[in-house]
Design a protein. Structure first.
Length: 480
């Protein structure tokens, strides 16, 4: 390892994209020492035919390895050790992405063990971020408001799921019916698309729940049992495909809806009356809308901060964040039963990483700004808050080493600090609706990131609630 005294001089010069150019000169005595260390290591580990490992004559090993290779390996180690020592000595916030200035051949010509050696490298460093525009701003955003019709539609959908289906034969199909079709879908060459075809396909003619081939439900309306027709359909994809669908109507059933009364609530939820169930759903959807509105404000705030406070982002941080996003995506794919070994290639991974970089750069930018604002405003989370977040991580990450715990504690601190900084910023700025841009509460399926999984459980699938008599339970129902 290079000692501080082995470095004769070091000069630095800032470069763009949060990089630093460092020119370092090391002593001749140290360059000889590193060269000797590399040679001795190779002598111990190089296998020469006819000799046991580490027992071959020195000159024979050196002849086999070659002088140029030895000098290159020694120079490589010298540079790595010298940079590490210089960074630590000067408290430089080194990140990575180390690159040599100049060509390898030219630099190798200048390296002679026993002589002083000078080289230049560039590497990424933590950017120095000072945020100026972050208080007293007027920010436009898209508000999210609670829509009472959301709960009514939810109850009606749940009512529809528990309807009794009664066959009818004396009229054509109409909206609201449940039908059974024979569907044969063909491509432009007349070949059957098997994944979009079925001998008996059940389908609800519901305008609010569109079918994969969106033209099919409307085409079925007005058809009688036994009737057939051919329609043009579009397959949703990056490049939409025009297909032909041959439809035959096999059967029609009319849903007989159960009344939305106390008996319905008691049978299909944890509540004994419809009033209790309705009140619970309304409360949860109001909370959902409130959370989504806050998220909309946060997103608009981050966009404004990024626009008004540019930062030169180090590639190292962007690449690391993009890699995290790709790993998260791959874990989600794997959790669905997909064998990644069958689909993943280096080219696909690199493509995914490059596509993730714009979002990763935004994430890194916002994190640096929030960290700087917290520092400038003295926002520091309490030890209790950090410990509480750390305990959550411990439940997920098992068998932690001391190093793991240190990293998790740092992550817990930074996350809590950024959340507190974000909440503080929401209070320090004014938010107003963008013109003609007010949204109603998003459905559970389309909501970006609602944290309330209990609300999702109730809203998305009330039929999965545990039955429980009496009034509203003290704890929210669990999601199955």
């Amino acid at each position: 390892m290079t000692d501080v005294t082995d470095i004769i001089s070091m000069t630095t010069e800032p470069r763009s994209n949060s990089q630093l150019l460092a020119t370092i000169e090391v002593s001749g005595a140290h360059s000889q020492q590193v060269y000797n260390q590399v040679v001795n290591d190779l002598l111990r580990h190089t296998q020469v035919p006819g000799f046991r490992k580490g027992k071959a004559p020195r000159q024979l090993v050196l002849q086999q390895l070659g002088k140029e290779r030895l000098r290159y390996l020694a120079m490589e180690k010298l540079i790595e050790d010298a940079v590490k020592t210089a960074v630590e000595k000067n408290n430089i916030p080194y990140l990575g992405n180390l690159e040599l200035e100049g060509g390898i051949t030219e630099l190798l010509d200048q390296f002679h063990p026993g002589e002083n050696f000078s080289f230049s490298v560039t590497f990424d460093v933590e950017p120095e971020v000072t945020v100026t525009a972050y208080k007293g701003l007027t920010i436009e955003y898209s508000p999210v408001t609670y829509n009472p019709a959301t709960v009514e539609k939810l109850l009606q959908r749940h009512q529809r799921e528990h309807a009794t289906l009664i066959p009818v034969e004396d009229r054509p199909a109409q909206w609201g019916d449940d039908v059974t079709l024979k569907l044969v879908t063909k491509d432009e060459n007349g070949e059957v698309v098997k994944e979009l075809s079925a001998d008996e396909l059940p389908l609800s003619l519901d305008e609010d729940q569109p079918f994969l081939l969106k033209e099919i439900p409307a085409a079925v309306v007005g058809m009688s049992i036994g009737e057939a027709k051919t329609v043009s359909v579009t397959q949703a994809a990056e490049v939409p495909k025009q297909l032909t669908a041959e439809i035959e109507l096999l059967g029609i059933k009319v849903p007989e809806l159960p009344p939305l009364d106390d008996a319905f609530a008691a049978e299909h939820s944890e509540f004994s009356t419809m009033a209790e169930l309705r009140a619970y759903l309304e409360q949860n959807h109001q909370e959902r809308a409130k959370n989504q509105d806050k998220q909309a404000k946060e997103a608009a705030l981050i966009d404004t901060l990024i626009a008004q406070n540019p930062v030169e982002l180090p590639k190292t941080l962007i690449h690391k964040e993009a890699a995290v996003k790709v790993r998260t995506t791959l874990m989600q794919i794997q959790s669905q039963g997909v064998d990644l070994n069958k689909i993943m290639t280096e080219e696909l991974y690199e493509k995914m990483r490059q596509e993730a970089e714009p979002a990763a750069a935004k994430e890194v930018h916002s994190r640096l700004l929030l960290k700087a604002i917290a520092r400038q405003e003295g926002i520091e989370p309490s030890p209790e808050a950090v410990e509480e977040r750390l305990n959550r991580y411990k439940e997920v990450v098992r068998n932690q080493t001391a190093k793991d715990l240190e990293r998790l504690r740092e992550l817990a601190h930074d996350e809590v600090q950024q959340e507190q900084a974000l909440n503080w910023l929401l209070e320090q700025n004014t938010f107003q609706p963008a013109q003609s841009d007010t949204a109603t509460e998003q459905s559970p399926a389309s909501a970006e990131a609602p944290e309330d999984t209990q609300t999702e459980a109730v809203a998305a699938n009330p039929s999965k609630l545990q039955k429980r008599s009496g009034k509203k339970a003290s704890s929210a129902p669990s999601q199955e």
